[in-house]
Design a protein around this ligand. Structure first.
Ligand SMILES: NC(=O)c1ccc[n+]([C@@H]2O[C@H](COP(=O)([O-])OP(=O)(O)OC[C@H]3O[C@@H](n4cnc5c(N)ncnc54)[C@H](O)[C@@H]3O)[C@@H](O)[C@H]2O)c1
Length: 349
């Protein structure tokens, strides 16, 4: 892949997916710059970049402050735009915070991009959550958009900014709509990051897993290295035929089976079932799995790593690096259990 000596800018590059992408791009010979303001409640962790900290430049700013690093944007050959908040549940508790992180920051960032780097290739991390409750399966890119939470609405607005600016000739963006991603460098220490982060934390600690409901809902979870490959292919493709691509896992599995596979991988912890908590039921989308034929046809991508292998690699990583992933900040713990204090405002005013 052609990343040798290319200037690659990665927003959200201290987080889970962004750091895996940064390490891979650096390994391919790219000159990598990461922009990340380590927003409280998101997955930023400096340790994520540890193996290549001497080769990756870090700009510790919010992407809303893009005017301050416009020169870096101007030098970028490709931008991977992964800055964002992923928690659906937080977005229902703190919708204005989610709006600022996922939409307003993106608006400011993209406005600087179109001035500083006209026509630049940007690959944006979108989400399958924008589709809402699937009307059919597997879900393709033409599926109606009916988000069930603020996070889905705000991520869709940011998606539209990328696509509108591309139609208007300011940028050359593609949006990857990701299903549930898992793997090394996930923020195990931040609650409400989705069931895979919770399951991984619990199996590493030898704690029982809880499945909400009967666990029959299907998910096509995807290993992070596969997702990184999708970003790199989209960033490197000379001419994009489409600007929206679904990225999904190798096969749909019931959540109960994902839980039992997790439990088995870690040497066996109990799996229990309990009724869906009301506040989560409201934003649950039932079964989902991805039709990723478009990205296979146009970019030659497909998921290659199955659940057992992906979990084995994840458990191996977290067992080795555990001390860097289990510190839960007290204010985040408090916010998860009783409501408040993830700051309402994430943006510099
Ligand atoms: N993890 C998944 O399963 C999943 C699924 C669908 C979509 N996505 C999308 O992929 C992207 C990355 O997700 P992740 O799981 O790596 O999350 P993460 O929380 O681990 O990483 C996100 C990073 O972005 C940074 N950030 C957020 N807003 C910022 C801002 N305005 N300026 C600078 N830095 C900012 C955070 O500090 C954090 O380090 C997100 O945009 C998310 O919506 C993730």
């Amino acid at each position: 892949m052609g990343y040798q000596s290319r200037n690659v800018l990665i927003t959200g590059g201290l987080g889970f997916i962004g750091s895996n992408l940064a390490l891979r791009a650096a390994a391919l010979g790219a000159r990598v710059t990461v922009v990340d303001s380590s927003i409280e409640g998101c997955g930023a962790n400096l340790h994520n970049l540890h193996p290549a900290l001497d080769r990756i430049r870090l700009i510790p700013l919010d992407i809303a402050q893009a005017a301050e690093f416009a020169a870096e944007i101007g030098k970028a050959d490709v931008i991977f735009n992964l800055a964002g908040e992923i928690s659906h549940w937080h977005s229902m508790q703190f919708p204005e915070r989610d709006l600022e992180i996922n939409t307003f920051s993106q608006l400011r960032f993209l406005n600087v991009c179109r001035e500083a780097a006209p026509g630049v290739r940007i690959i944006y991390a979108g989400t399958r959550q924008i589709y809402g409750v699937p009307q059919y399966l597997p879900v393709d890119e033409e599926h109606p958009i009916h988000p069930v939470d603020f996070n889905g609405v705000h991520k869709y607005a940011a998606t539209m900014y990328h696509l509108m600016l591309t139609r208007a000739g300011y940028l050359d963006a593609a949006v990857l709509r990701l299903t549930n991603v898992y793997g090394p460098r996930m923020a195990l220490h931040i609650p409400s990051q989705g069931f895979l982060s919770t399951y991984l934390r619990r199996i590493i600690l030898g704690q029982p897993l809880e499945v909400f409901g009967d666990g029959a809902q299907l998910r096509d979870v995807v290993y992070v290295d596969d997702v990184v490959e999708a970003f790199l292919l989209a960033g490197d493709c000379p001419k994009l035929h489409s600007h929206t691509y679904n990225v999904g896992g190798p096969q749909p599995l019931p959540i109960s089976e994902i839980a039992t596979t997790c439990a088995r991988t870690a040497g066996g912890v109990p799996v229990t079932f309990r009724p869906f908590p009301d506040e989560l039921k409201r934003i649950d989308i039932g079964s989902y799995y991805t039709d990723w034929r478009r990205i296979r046809t146009e970019l030659g991508w497909q998921p290659r790593i199955g659940l057992e292998e992906g979990l084995r690699r994840s458990v191996e990583y977290f067992r080795r690096e555990l001390q860097h992933y289990l510190k839960v900040a007290p204010e985040i713990e408090a916010a998860t259990h009783s409501g408040p204090p993830l700051s309402q405002s994430a943006l510099p005013q």
